[in-house]
Every structure is written in structure tokens, then in C-alpha cells.
Design a protein around this ligand. Sequence first.
Ligand SMILES: [Cu+2]
Length: 482
Amino acid sequence: MLTLGGLSLGVVAMPQLLRPSKGGTDATVPAGGIAPAAQTAVGVRPQVAAFTRAMPVAPVLAPVASGSNCDVYQLAVQAATEEIIPGVQTPVLTYGGKFLAPTIRAKTGRRTLVSVTNNLTEPVNTHLHGGHTAAAMDGYPMDLVQPGNSRMYDYGNGQQGATLWYHDHSHHTEAEHTFRGLHGAYIIEDPAEQSLNLPSGAYDVPILLRDVEFDADGNLLFFDDPANRTTVLANGVPQPYFQVAARKYRFRLICSANERVFKLSLNNNGKLVQIGSDGGLLPAPVRLDQLVLGSAERADVVIDFSSFPVGSQVVLSDAAAGPILRFDVTRTAPDSSRVPNTLRALPVLPAGTVQRSVDLSFDPGDGTGMPTGLVNGKTFDENRVDIKVKRGDTEIWTVTSSDPPGTPHTFHLHLVQFQVLERNGKAPLPEDRGLKDTVGFVAGETIKLKARFTDELGKYVYHCHYLEHSQLGMMAQLEIVP
Ligand SMILES: [Cu+2]
């Protein structure tokens, strides 16, 4: 069910209000010249036979040039079609021409320069989610790449190894652009992790999980209740299979759904061993029967298929959506990898010296149109700095929502990884562990987190990562000052 502040969102009202007219642009023209789905379109659950197509693994993007301490990449944002449903060509937005965007594999301490060219007919930009990135390179919502233009993003990759992702962050179109395909995996490999001997190479596989809705013609249906996105895609494919060897794999799970909390488990008594979260490795592996992963969160898990005989099938399911991916154990393979009992200690942060409260909510207005997203009672304004943070400070933030109880949100802070200290005055939940940049919660809950703002100066946003919420203004900005 749709719970934007307890309101029911009219389908017809959404295009105008989610995409305000800018400079005479027809607000109902979907992104990038994609053929518009009728506003009255209704979602159709495509009939796709389960486990008949292989899950693709995104190609690793090859640099176009490399220096002694940097790699240069090119990504073109362009419209394309993709056969998501067998026999149906679906218009999508892409980084590089394919719905499943290429993976960028960076290294800790080695710069990455990414030139993004906009081949659409409307502005885009790119944010490296979870990146400890200079403000000018962060994909600020108003820092746009105009049609026909290119810009270079310069990522220092000074942080420890982590599973990040890149996605569009252009204000008022971030939700639609990301939904239609503008997102991909960005992995920072860390030489300091090599001695751990975790599964690597072909056994280190990113999996982007997201939900989607189609209309009767196979178009992606964005302007509808997100609760109707009932088809789940793993690396862009509904219910694929993935052939594995009877050995350990590291899967980097990325929830790239706009509004979703996955509750993932394996059948056949399979275990998910979580080794990392948003910002990198956990202090120690955690054996899970169920993994909770909400919008924009990541979890690195190891699955050991050696306990399954060749010929076995192990299904990854979501508690709500059902089976989403089947692992087929098809062969044996040598395995010298391991999951050590100790992975990587969390950084010890100084005591917090500044306390802040952040409240995410909706203003329902007069109830006839779309609500307005608010942070501490104010909708996003690029000309307003909501808080000033002194560089180097460690702060304690208390995050709540004054919406009707149960309204879901997910809080995302740019630039830094934080540690969740408490949830509802108690110890954090399993999904809160490790270094986080995104944390899901519902109205009525209280999240207390701690972050240290190091290195960079300038303006960064913090917002709800239910992207339709940030698109409606549930976003604010901080400025880091000397
Ligand atoms: Cu929200």
C-alpha cells in the first residue's frame, strides 16, 4: 500500500507534481524522449516463466586511459530498449546502452575520473552513493549535465573498500531516472583486504535488486503507486537462474529499488553470511537466516555452496515478493578462499560534540494534490543552508519522522559513513551494523547515529532515499566549513 504521509496518491496527479514544469517543458513528457506511457495506464504483471534465463553479470567498465595513479572512464547516458520481458522491447534509460549498467571497479587510494556524456533530451547528473567525494564532484541535485554536454567526475577513493553504486540525482527527476535504469555498481577494492582471502575474481559478483512495474505494452510504469512494483529484477532480469560451482561466492547485494525493503532468505537451509554493509567490511561475519536490505542499502554476503551436491538448486526469496533468483549448483571447483572470524574493525570515532535532530515528513497540503516532502518542516531549497558543520567534528544525529506511525522512510547522508548507535533507545538491529550511509526506519522509530565529517568542505545533501520522497522535496543541505 502507498503511504506517503498516509495519503493516497492519485495516479493522474503524479506526472504534473512529480515533474514540475521547467522553462516551458511539457511536464508530462517522460525522460529522454522515451515514448510516454498513457497516464491512465495500469500495471500488468508480465507472465515470465521462472528460472528460464541466466542472470547476467554486469561487465566491468574498461578505462579509456590510465595514469600512474588514476583511471579514466567514459559513460554515455542514453535511451535504449531492453528485452526485460522475453519478446518485448522495453524503453529504458542507460549508462552505456544496456539496462544493466557496467560495474566500475576502483581501488582504495587510486583516483577514478568518470566522464559522463548526456545523450538524453533533458538534464541528468550522477551521484556516487556512499562515496567520500569532494562537494563539486558529488552530483549535487542542481549541478546538472545538460543535453549534449559532458562533465568529468573526479573520485578520490580515499575510503576503505566498499560496495557503492552510482545513480542519477537530478532534482525532481532523480526518482524517474533511477527507476528507468540510471544506476550501476561501483566497487572500491581495497588492497588491505587481500590478506583476508575472501572469494574474489569470478566469485565476487555484484547483484542489483530492484522492483519494477510494466504497463500492458511492456513500458516501465513510473507514474503509479510504488507498491504496485511487484516484479523484482536481479541484475535486470525477472527471476533468473545463476549457475554456480560448489564453493564460496561473495555476492555484493545492492538494493537499487526506489521504495522497497527486501527480506531475503535462502531455501534448503542455506545461510547468508554477511561480511560487509554500506561502507565496507563488518568487524566479523554474521550468519543470517534473513537479510533485511532497504532502498539504497548494500550488503556483502558469502554463500557457501560446497554443502550442496552438484545438481542442487538454492532459491533466494523475498518475504513479500517470493522467489527472485535461483542458484543452480552445476559443477565443482577448487576453493582456497575463506571467511575469517575477524574481518575489519570499525573506526573508533571521537565523542560526539554536536547533537542534531532530523525529522522526515510530508505536508499533505489540502489533500487534492501531491504532498510536499519536508526535512525539519522545510522542503528542499538550494539557496538555504540548513545546517553548518565544522570540518573534523563528530556529531550525533537523531533521526525521526513525524508522519503517521508506520510511514516508511530511509535516511541517507552524503559524504560520510555513520555508525548507528541506537534504534528506539535500544541496540541497533542486525541491518544497522557496520559503516552505514543509509538507514531505513518507519515513523514512530528513533535512530541515533554518529558521524565524523572529515576532509572535505562545501555543500552536501541529506535526504530520504525513497527517491519519490526526495523528489518531492524531502531533502536538506549541510555546509561543511573550516
Ligand atoms: Cu521518505
